[in-house]
Design a protein around this ligand. Structure first.
Ligand SMILES: [Zn+2]
Length: 156
């Protein structure tokens, strides 16, 4: 089987092709980074990770909350569920990578993790438009974090 070569830059005809190839490659990336970081994201991520008790919610291994990643099911571009605790799990880097590259399995796993009814409700909330009440979310997250920190008093 012949591998498809990427066009060579020095070839005069190839140059235009190469440039459009480069443009396509560049155009692919920024999509993921178009969503700007909101100060609430940091608070939300900490809450999701601390809430898990430090164990990966997929494989169950104890990593400690600081090493876990906050993984959204519906991406952060969906503002209505961006800070919805049903829309995020705390998982380790390996599980995050795996689910990220297996979308069907990701959906199946997430549905099972959340339960069918909660998943359907989340899906409905994801379709809502407009910005949620960020001040209310901030107060809620701060209070929840205080509660968790109060229980685990040995944690900073
Ligand atoms: Zn894991």
């Amino acid at each position: 089987m012949k591998k498809l070569d990427k066009p060579k830059q020095e070839d005069s005809i190839g140059k235009g092709i190469y440039e459009s190839y480069q443009r396509r490659q560049l155009a692919k990336k920024p999509k993921r980074y178009r969503v700007r970081i909101d100060p609430l994201d940091k608070l939300f991520s900490e809450y999701i990770r601390r809430k898990s008790g430090g164990c990966c919610q997929r494989c169950g291994k104890d990593y400690g909350w600081k090493k876990l990643q906050c993984s959204h099911f519906f991406g952060r571009a969906k503002k209505s569920v961006r800070w919805d605790e049903d829309n995020a799990v705390a998982i380790d880097f390996g599980c995050h990578q795996y689910l990220g590259s297996h979308p069907l399995e990701h959906t199946e796993w997430f549905k099972e993790h959340l339960g069918e009814e909660a998943f359907n409700l989340l899906q409905a909330r994801a379709r809502e438009v407009g910005m949620p009440d960020k001040e209310a979310i901030k107060l809620y997250l701060k209070q929840k974090l205080e509660e968790i920190k109060g229980v685990c008093s040995n944690e900073p």
